[in-house]
Design a protein around this ligand. Structure first.
Ligand code: 5AD
Ligand code: SF4
Length: 514
């Protein structure tokens, strides 16, 4: 068989498989409102978002979890971590108890991430590992949720090859967890509930927060930026902002409970408020309100440089509980690649923004996200990333090799950069990131810094660990009674990724900014 015939044969197999999928798998869709479709997800509806302020569990489901335990494994970003907190809250309201082992669980959920291929591979690996457990305990329910379940191809693959999965539900269906579980207990077939189109904004969902020191607060959902490499606008739907009063109330509540730090969450927090009807209200206005709340630290993630406006910079420059650490994903240093990525800013515009921020907030620490090996990236273009990184003086970065995501425009681009070249570029970038991180850390030696103590160090229980306002990890010896407090620590030794220090004193209670 020549190459052409081989490819034709492969095509034929794929076509017949996909036809088979359509024919066979429809019967498994117990509760599908619309099957997940990246194409449908791209259509941004003009219709208003409805706000539901009154989430409550249907009394019919009360006690569903009595005598049962749940386990949730979370992959990916803080948004997913926070969704897990919501699902855990729903489980508790249903009467389930948490467990930290899969063997002990009656319901296992995998809250998945679709951002890169290796994130998906990990999940498929875990799905495979869980099969023997399901065979051993047929009453066990296993569910897949999060971003991967918004992908048609993933749903089809699970339906086809992982029949031991009981439930698949999407990012817009979390509040329907009680109904989905109920359906799964009643049905012998896989329950699939994935809405392609985003749902409404649901307030008052229960939450079990992971800790009592730092808390996440969603300010918006979705993303309308459609960077050409990114799957998020498809898996998370259109931008929907929560009402300011609901956010402010949640932060006040966390402050009253003694939380020391909150992180405002959104895929593109700088677009906050753009969709709020009849209001001229953005992230700057929101931060200006939140800084008056008696909570020591407020940060946000993640920003898009395009929407980072002057008013936000002005508000951030007021400091106080608004920390001087800004995570500002640049993605690339070449204007040509930024254009192909549809980032809608050039290298020069990015540098102008950085200069504005540095002028207004002279002690600002900037960190970023960078992608190497975008289709057809030349050596010169890659070197522009290195030079931009130095020029800005980023203190650290999350760095990634470009991963084609099905359904995105970049995935259709032909790519002439071999994987070995991409890997070598990533290594060179990481060397620079390490060098610049150590350089920034060294400057802190001898300084006394505020550290929010989170607990015992992972490596040595004799030592406590915490973070500075600028997100630097500090290890130091102190009595365990300071866990959860802000203390002053003198930095004695700088390493690439952490600082060692000595306790100086416990801090006064937080000042309220007027
Ligand atoms: N390939 C590699 N990295 C990606 N990111 C988003 N999509 C991709 C992709 N397809 C990175 C971006 C983003 C971070 C969360 O993940 O840098 O800021
Ligand atoms: Fe993805 Fe962020 Fe771009 Fe939105 S702004 S498409 S989440 S990279």
């Amino acid at each position: 068989m020549n190459e052409e015939q081989r490819l034709a044969a492969q095509d034929a197999v794929q076509t017949s498989n996909s036809k088979k999928q359509e024919k066979d798998y429809s019967k498994y869709f117990q509760t599908v409102y619309s099957p997940p479709s990246l194409k449908d997800a791209k259509k941004r509806g003009k219709e208003d978002v409805n706000y539901h302020k009154d989430f409550s569990i249907d009394p019919a489901f009360e006690g569903m979890g009595k005598g049962r335990k749940f386990y949730i494994r979370t992959y990916g970003c803080q948004m997913n971590e926070h969704d897990t907190e919501v699902m855990a809250g729903i489980f508790l309201q249903l009467g389930y108890e948490p467990t930290d082992t899969t063997e002990d669980a009656d319901v296992i959920l995998l809250n998945t991430c679709a951002i890169r291929e290796n994130a998906e591979n990990k999940v498929f690996g875990e799905i495979g590992h869980l099969k023997p457990l399901k065979l051993e305990k047929p009453d066990l329910l296993i569910g897949v949720c999060g971003c991967m379940s918004q992908e048609e191809s993933v749903v089809n693959k699970i339906l086809k090859t992982h029949q031991h999965i009981d439930m698949i539900f999407g990012t817009h269906n979390i509040h329907r967890l009680p109904n989905i579980l109920n359906e799964a207990y009643l049905s012998k077939e896989m329950v699939v509930e994935v809405w392609s189109k985003e749902g409404d904004v649901i307030e008052n969902l229960p939450k079990v927060r992971k800790g009592a020191i730092k808390g996440w607060v969603n300010i918006m959902y979705g993303c309308d930026k459609f960077c050409t490499y990114c799957i998020v606008p498809y898996t998370r739907g259109k931008e929907r902002s929560r009402h300011p009063e609901d956010i402010i109330q949640e932060v006040r509540h966390l402050a009253a409970q003694g939380y020391q730090e909150i992180t405002l969450l959104g895929q593109n927090v700088n677009a906050y408020g753009k969709d709020l009807q009849g209001m001229d209200y953005g992230l700057g206005q929101l931060m200006d309100e939140l800084r008056k709340i008696d909570i020591p630290r407020i940060r946000f993630t993640t920003s898009h440089p395009r929407d980072f406006d002057d008013y936000l910079i002005e508000v951030l420059s007021k400091g106080g509980n608004l920390v001087e650490h800004i995570h500002l994903p640049v993605q690339h240093g070449s204007s040509e690649i930024l254009k192909l990525m549809a980032r809608k800013y050039s290298r020069e515009q990015f540098l102008t923004l950085v200069n504005k921020i540095k002028k207004a907030i002279p002690n600002a620490v900037l960190t970023t996200d960078i992608i190497v090996g975008f289709p057809n990236e030349t050596e010169e273009q890659f070197e522009e990333t290195l030079s931009l990184y130095r020029e800005v003086g980023f203190e650290t970065a999350f760095t990634y090799i470009y991963s084609p995501r099905e359904g995105t425009p970049a995935a259709k681009m032909k790519d002439n950069v071999p994987m070995e070249v991409k890997k070598e570029r990533l290594q060179r970038l990481n060397n620079l990131v390490n060098e610049m991180s150590l350089q920034a850390m060294k400057k802190l030696e001898g300084q006394t810094m505020e550290v929010l103590v989170e607990g015992e160090s992972r490596k040595n229980p004799e030592v406590l660990s915490g973070y500075t306002r600028t997100s630097k990890l500090v290890n130091f010896k102190a009595p365990k009674s300071v866990i959860g407090q802000r203390v002053m620590v003198k930095i004695t030794e700088a390493k690439t990724w952490s600082l060692n220090g000595e306790l100086v004193e416990a801090k006064e209670p937080a000042e309220v900014n007027g």
